[in-house]
Ligand binder design. Structure first.
Ligand code: UD1
Length: 346
């Protein structure tokens, strides 16, 4: 049986909103969203409320996790069976300039939440972690047991949060967690589409000043930028450009629902969430040109600080243990859904 009452922090954000959407479509759970709308948007809450219809299954609370007494008030007022914790700061270069923002928003807030879970008897937690905990891994594909060695405060703030959760679970055998280490999340709501020309997302990525490759390529295809850059053409890869494991946001969202099921009768664990194979920057750009029909301008620029050449998951653990089956492992669908969403927010 799945949890009936779920707290989702960051549910107005890019990934959180896709998970809430799937919870509405595939479960009967009531969902409480806490989001401070710093990067999350009211528009996504509206879209989720439209999906929920008259069921009244969503309760949105605008609050900052740093406001501990307010958050405790939510736990006092409502009984939850599980927490899915997305709310975090996620921009790698900003984390280097403002490390304390990352340790406060990510590690401190997660610690406060875990203490509330323990105090109020909420015994299931799904945590959004990142491939950034591996830093520049010396083995690819990356396994969950690959050494963790973050190279920026963002990755470190997430790794420290993982430790808090693991230690709390070791001391409280009732409390169980699934830590999901995301690889490169991209794309937008498939909304039931099967063919490329049917894709019409209701929600997607609207992070201002996004640095993500697929979003930048979509913006360039639509003329929101006059050109884009490839950050380095001299990596040790087949075409010299960086390789990443791009995963469609709807498949990532589905992994959270699988994790909720998994925790009903299995032990806490850590899982990579990716497709287990990668694409180069040039390959991504070619596919975006293809699905958009626009031969947009691309220039070669210098490498970006801290970019590893290749970051690809070994996903066999989540596939075998949870039975997770990706449905959108198709770069054209990832790019086309990102592009259609970008058109919608133009
Ligand atoms: C990083 C983080 C990830 C985080 C994400 C967004 C690591 C290991 N990963 O992913 O956890 O969620 O940032 O903050 O730190 N590229 C270009 N031109 C562009 C943009 C990107 O060539 O205009 C290249 C990059 O050099 C890289 C690839 O595209 O090779 C992907 O970059 P990006 O989408 O920014 O994600 P990551 O840096 O891999």
């Amino acid at each position: 049986m799945r949890p009936e009452s779920i707290l989702v922090t960051g549910g107005a954000g890019y990934i959180g909103s896709h998970v809430v959407k799937q919870l509405l479509e595939k479960s009967d759970a009531n969902i409480t969203i806490i989001d401070n709308l710093s990067t999350g948007t009211r528009g996504r809450i509206d879209a989720l409320e439209a999906i929920a219809g008259r069921s009244g299954r969503i309760d949105f609370i605008e609050a900052d996790l740093a406001d501990f007494s307010m958050i405790e008030g939510v736990f006092k007022a409502k009984k939850f069976d599980a927490l899915i914790h997305f709310a975090a700061s996620i921009v790698v270069p900003e984390s280097v300039e403002k490390p304390l923002k990352y340790y406060m928003n990510n590690t401190v807030n997660t610690t406060n939440l875990v203490s509330l879970l323990n105090e109020y008897g909420v015994n299931r937690m799904i945590f959004s972690s990142t491939a950034a905990v591996y830093g520049e891994p010396d083995e690819v594909p990356v396994k969950e047991g690959t050494q963790t060695a973050p190279i920026n405060p963002y990755g470190m703030s997430k790794l420290m949060s993982e430790s808090v959760i693991k230690d709390a679970a070791a001391a409280n055998t009732e409390f169980k967690f699934a830590i999901l280490r995301y690889f490169n999340v991209a794309g937008a709501d498939m909304n039931g589409a099967e063919a490329l020309n049917e894709i019409a997302p209701r929600i997607g990525q609207s992070f201002p000043n996004a640095t993500h490759l697929i979003k930048i390529a979509a913006e360039t295809a639509l003329g929101k930028r006059d050109k884009m850059y490839i950050f380095g053409e001299d990596f040790n890869t087949h075409d010299g450009t960086g390789m990443r494991d791009y995963i469609h946001v709807d498949d990532l969202a589905d992994a959270h629902l699988e994790a909720l099921d998994y925790l009903q009768n299995r032990d806490s664990d850590i899982f990579n969430v990716g497709y287990g194979h990668g694409y180069s920057v040039k390959e991504v750009i070619e596919v975006m040109k293809d699905v958009s029909g626009v031969d947009f301008r691309v220039e070669i620029g210098p490498r970006r600080a801290g970019d590893p050449a290749v970051l690809v998951s070994d996903n066999s653990k989540i596939c075998e243990k949870m039975g997770w089956k990706p449905k959108f492992d198709d770069l054209a669908k990832i790019c086309k859904s990102a592009l259609e969403w970008e058109k919608k927010i133009s």
